[in-house]
Design a binder for this molecule. Structure first.
Ligand SMILES: NCCCC[C@H](NC(=O)[C@@H](N)CCCCN)C(=O)O
Length: 525
């Protein structure tokens, strides 16, 4: 056998791990922006200004003013000249509030004042689901996959990063502007424009996602593929965790919901530049691959043909992975959009800490996803890992549904278990796709999976937002919102988990029949 002196750039450990880190950084910035609004749900759905106190409670400014006036009347003081515009950090306020049904004197210090946007839960759900709108209705993810397989990684990645940035800027503009009650498409102008921005961003983020997946398969096939994919997902989760953890404090500190988005857009500019750096490496990798082929006298691999789509569509294993992805992710990402408010109203967590509990989920996955990925690389059992993860997801959502143990520490434990499930399934699912579909069709295969997944990422927040308005919002006789009962929305999330279990079982038995190798190790000894 002829010995190759030429080596591909990806044969160098340093080069391939650097490539992985660079593209993962870009994706991390994208994930930050995807989830940056989730902790702001309560602020977005509050009318007018919101006042935060030093004891981590909050109240709408209008109702605070009324309560301060009640105090003045009760203590026969002259009415203070207090108005919403005068509320500011550091003010010490005395007001009357109902504690266990009894009007009680309260005294608190204001720690921050931020502007709520007065959206309904349905509008918030619509905005959150807008991420997948262009991908789903205009089939952009599907075309994105074709563009990726036809035009290549450098062209597609640059285009998709540009789209992410454009979308983020539209969203920021919408959130930082007062449209004075004007309407667009029969909808509150701000909600409509922010949703358009999020939809453009979502198109870019998803196409970047499939491009980054192809980059990793390109550099790591036959090497540490699952570990590399796990680390890429882990870095993406850092983006989500930072978003969930810092978004509300930033919005409160700056007094408006638009600032966290602006910071995300700035970070994304850096992510864009880092992708440009990757493009240089990608060109070198291609050149080294051509040199290796020429030396070995091998012909260049045939490119992607439309007929290849038939092979993807005809694979039962592919469809099972796709449906599992739809159901599993429908139970996780859309859940995260509503989780902060769930913590406030079901588990009584103060608003300023409420985002930290959902943030535990991505934090846990940062370590566990690469760990399970490396386990899959070495010992296999991919289909079983996906099944265990689906069972855990279901148990978690059932526990969130039941009216038991409504304590913050219980929410923390359940969230940690969800974090484990959210590491198990992605670490096994994504590296399993190349075992079913060959590399040259992989861009299209990931695009179709993401496309179907996006239907869930779009429709589930719409459904849950509407369900919260319709079945979960508790009001007093005057129609004022007094709280939320999350039983129905969480029962819906549990159903997604049950479907995921059934599909994971079917996938495992299909693997046993077709010998895809999902239960085998990735690293060939
Ligand atoms: N190699 C594939 C990695 C996919 C990771 C996966 N991402 C998605 O499924 C995206 N289509 C959706 C991202 C939604 C926004 N945060 C993941 O587990 O994150």
């Amino acid at each position: 056998m002829k010995e190759h002196i030429q080596k591909k750039l990806s044969d160098s450990k340093t080069a391939r791990w650097s490539a992985m880190l660079i593209v993962s950084f870009t994706m991390m910035c994208g994930y930050f922006l995807t989830d940056v609004m989730s902790p702001l749900e309560n602020l977005l759905t509050t009318q007018g200004k919101v006042v935060y106190f030093t004891d981590d409670t909050s109240m709408s400014a209008d109702s605070l003013i009324t309560k301060v006036k009640l105090f003045s009347a009760a203590s026969a003081l002259s009415e203070p000249e207090l108005a919403v515009e005068k509320l500011e950090e550091g003010m010490n306020l005395k007001y009357m509030d109902s504690v266990d049904g009894i009007q009680t004197e309260m005294e608190k210090t204001v720690s921050a004042v931020a502007k709520g946007e007065g959206w309904s839960s349905t509008e918030y759900g619509f905005f959150s689901g807008a991420y997948g709108m262009i991908n789903v209705f205009l089939l952009m993810l599907f075309f994105g996959g074709l563009i990726l397989d036809k035009m290549g990684i450098r062209f597609t990645g640059t285009l998709s990063c540009g789209l992410m940035l454009a979308g983020a800027l539209i969203k920021w503009y919408a959130l930082s502007t007062d449209f004075g009650g004007s309407m667009l498409f029969g909808m509150n102008m701000q909600v409509a424009l922010a949703s358009v921005g999020f939809a453009v961003f979502g198109m870019g983020a998803e196409i970047t996602g499939i491009t980054v997946s192809k980059v990793i398969v390109k550099w790591f096939t036959g090497k540490e593929l699952a570990l590399a994919m796990g680390l890429q997902v882990a870095m993406a989760r850092i983006g989500t965790a930072i978003a969930l953890g810092v978004s509300l404090p930033v919005a409160r500190m700056m007094g408006a919901v638009s600032y966290p988005v602006l910071f995300g857009a700035i970070a994304l500019c850096v992510g864009f530049v880092s992708y440009m750096v990757y493009c240089v490496m990608d060109r070198k990798e291609d050149a080294s691959e051509v040199a290796v082929r020429q030396e070995a006298g091998e012909k260049e691999e045939e490119g992607f043909r439309m007929a290849d789509l038939k092979q993807i569509f005809g694979s039962r294993g592919f469809w099972l992975i796709t449906l599992l992805c739809l159901m599993f992710y429908a139970g996780v990402f859309p859940f995260l959009k509503f989780a902060t408010k769930l913590m406030i109203f079901k588990y009584g967590v103060p608003e300023s800490f409420a985002g930290l509990i959902p943030a535990l989920l991505p934090f846990g996955t940062i370590l566990l996803t690469p760990l399970f990925g490396s386990l899959y690389d070495r010992i296999g059992k991919g289909a079983t890992l996906m099944l265990i993860g689906s069972v855990m997801l279901t148990v978690v959502h059932i526990l969130f549904t039941l009216p038991v143990l409504d304590y913050w520490w219980f929410a923390v434990i359940v969230m940690v278990v969800l974090g484990i499930a959210f590491s198990l399934v992605p670490s096994a699912m994504w590296p399993s796709v190349p075992k079913i579909i060959p590399l040259k069709q992989l861009g299209s295969a990931y695009a179709i999976i993401f496309y179907i997944q996006n239907i869930g990422l779009m429709a589930v927040p719409w459904l849950i937002g509407w369900v919260i308005d319709r079945f979960a919002t508790l009001r007093d006789a005057s129609g004022t919102i007094t709280g939320y009962d999350y039983t129905v929305p969480m029962a819906i999330f549990s159903l997604f988990g049950l479907c995921a279990i059934v599909i994971a079982l079917m996938l495992r038995s299909e693997d046993a029949k077709k010998h895809y190798g999902l239960e085998e190790a990735n690293i060939k000894k």
